[in-house]
Write a new protein. Structure first.
Length: 82
């Protein structure tokens, strides 16, 4: 099982790269919708989750939780990692 801190670091790095943000621009409580993610960004998150943590994330996670925070996403990935 992946540790939350490891998950947070990798997801934050991916988001910063995707949106050209400085690492300090994100906080654990940052809602993903405020980052103006597009569909490709969400697909990249799903690929990262599968590749790095062995977690299959369906689009429904984001659709059903439009205000999901970075912390909540990382906790989900940490809880479901192999």
């Amino acid at each position: 099982m992946a540790q939350y801190d490891e998950v947070y670091e990798k997801v934050s790095e991916m988001l910063c790269d995707a949106k050209d943000l400085e690492p300090d621009a994100l906080t654990p409580d940052s809602p993903l919708h405020q980052l103006k993610l597009d569909s490709l960004d969400y697909v990249e998150l799903m690929v990262l989750a599968k590749k790095e943590f062995g977690v299959s994330v369906e689009a429904d996670l984001f659709i059903n939780n439009p205000h999901i925070s970075l912390r909540e996403l990382c906790q989900y990935l940490s809880d479901h990692s192999q």
